[in-house]
Design a protein. Structure first.
Length: 211
């Protein structure tokens, strides 16, 4: 009976250990990519594993990242889309379910990894507003008025970065968010959204704040 109770308890502990809501992001480097995520809040956290492969939810490789929240991967072949997910494990060896998945297409030659030119994103992400701002990157196909608004997960407006400002066509990285609300207070850790809108653009950027 004692062994049975121990077995049940071990199974319960494995189910109870879950990965906190994370935001996975991919940063394109010179000859590699960097996968980043938010830290887990479990007190018995022992580390993270990054899973990746050419098939969604069927990963052919994994890397033990330890307690860091970033992993650089360089052994990716051009001409394929790669999928990434992360799990957390505790001191007892229990591993959480996998996080949401992100992907990137590797094109060109072995030394060339490119991201979607027209996709809006921010960098760094995650970011710590107490020591840095995060730049908002977007691309316009024509000159037009642009508005950028920050929302929380509840849909409340946190800060209006710009409102109907005329911008030329091309790439834009001149606008940033300082991680504060309209009253100048730093926002709590969590997930926020930057809505970039114009006549031809309607994109949302998921931003992770961690201090």
């Amino acid at each position: 009976m004692k062994n049975l109770l121990a077995s049940i308890l071990k199974k319960y502990q494995a189910l109870a250990f879950q990965l906190s809501p994370v935001f996975l992001t991919i940063v394109v480097l010179n000859q590699a990519i960097s996968v980043k995520w938010l830290p887990n809040s479990e007190p018995d956290l022992a580390g993270y594993k990054v899973y990746y492969g050419k098939t969604s939810r069927s990963y052919s490789a994994n890397i033990n990242a330890g307690l860091t929240t970033e992993c650089t991967i360089s052994d990716l072949q051009p001409g394929y889309e790669y999928f990434f997910s992360v799990s957390a494990y505790d001191t007892a060896g229990n591993e959480s379910t996998l996080s949401d998945e992100v992907s990137i297409f590797i094109e060109g030659n072995e030394n060339e990894i490119t991201a979607d030119h027209n996709k809006a994103y921010n960098f760094p992400n995650p970011f710590n507003p107490e020591i840095q701002n995060t730049q908002l990157r977007f691309h316009l196909t024509k000159p037009e008025e642009v508005s950028i608004t920050i929302f929380n997960v509840g849909g409340d407006v946190i800060q209006t970065i710009i409102k109907k400002i005329w911008k030329n066509s091309g790439e834009h990285v001149e606008n940033s968010w300082d991680g504060k609300d309209e009253h100048g207070n730093y926002v709590p850790n969590g997930i926020y959204y930057a809505h970039i809108s114009s006549e031809s653009l309607d994109q949302y950027i998921t931003i992770a704040v961690t201090k």
